[in-house]
Design a protein around this ligand. Structure first.
Ligand code: SAH
Length: 215
């Protein structure tokens, strides 16, 4: 790992307001270089989103850190992630939670992320391929759910699969220039909702896969 570059990024996240030491330690422990390829490895420690396969992206570190901090993951929790992508966010969550369930619609991305996490000796992540907007009913309820693609509206299936006291973090917005991250907390008295920050995510695509990417 390029430790000086990692330390610069952690310092930048800290000065941008990330205060949760567990989150910063997880960022420091996961080598982001491993989750990008080719010339992008040179920019792996920059605070920027980078391209991965199938026109998808690995999210900006500050967005990963902010959403993870807002999720308030405890070490005994069961966490669901929608949008495995490179597996980076799943690896961060794996450092914080008991078990992570992650769903991706592109099978090759899921398989590559699974291979990489095993290589990194991260063993508490379970992978599934399919439409994550439907959640993972067989494993529900979840203490925490994080969506790393932008939903057009609040995904009801995910709200249904949230445990009482559970937290859902989801970017919402039809217009890519007007997405916001919403936090939804399930309480005995119903849902509490607030918005955290503007973001720009690839869309959460529901329904059938294009032929390309099945494999
Ligand atoms: N968390 C990822 C970010 C990936 S970008 C990382 O750390 O790298 C968002 C991902 O969501 C893409 O890989 C995209 O294919 C996936 N995605 C989009 N719609 C989806 C859906 N309905 N179900 C599962 N995955 C979806």
């Amino acid at each position: 790992m390029n430790v000086p570059a990692m330390q610069r990024l952690v310092a930048e996240l800290r000065s941008s307001g990330i205060a949760d030491e567990r989150v910063l330690a997880a960022i420091a422990a996961v080598d982001r270089e491993r989750f990008v390829s080719g010339t992008f490895t040179e920019r792996a420690w920059d605070n920027t989103a980078l391209p991965i396969a199938f026109g998808q992206t690995i999210s900006q570190p500050l967005v990963v850190a902010s959403m993870t901090e807002a999720l308030k993951v405890g070490s005994r929790m069961k966490v669901l992630e929608i949008g495995t992508g490179s597996g980076y966010q799943a690896a961060i969550l794996a450092k914080l939670a008991r078990r992570v369930y992650t769903v991706e619609r592109y099978k090759p991305l899921s398989k590559e992320a699974e291979r990489l996490l095993l290589e990194l000796r991260i063993h508490n992540v379970v992978f599934d391929v399919g439409d994550g907007s439907k959640g993972w009913a067989g494993q529900a309820p979840f203490d925490r759910i994080i969506v790393t693609a932008a939903a057009e509206e609040r995904p009801q299936a995910l709200i249904d699969q949230l445990a009482l006291g559970g937290v859902l973090i989801v970017p919402v917005g039809r217009d890519p220039t007007a997405q916001v991250v919403e936090r939804i907390v399930k309480t005995e008295n119903g849902l509490q909702r607030d918005t955290l920050m503007p973001v720009r995510f690839v869309p959460l695509v529901t329904g059938a896969l294009p032929v390309l990417g099945q494999g």
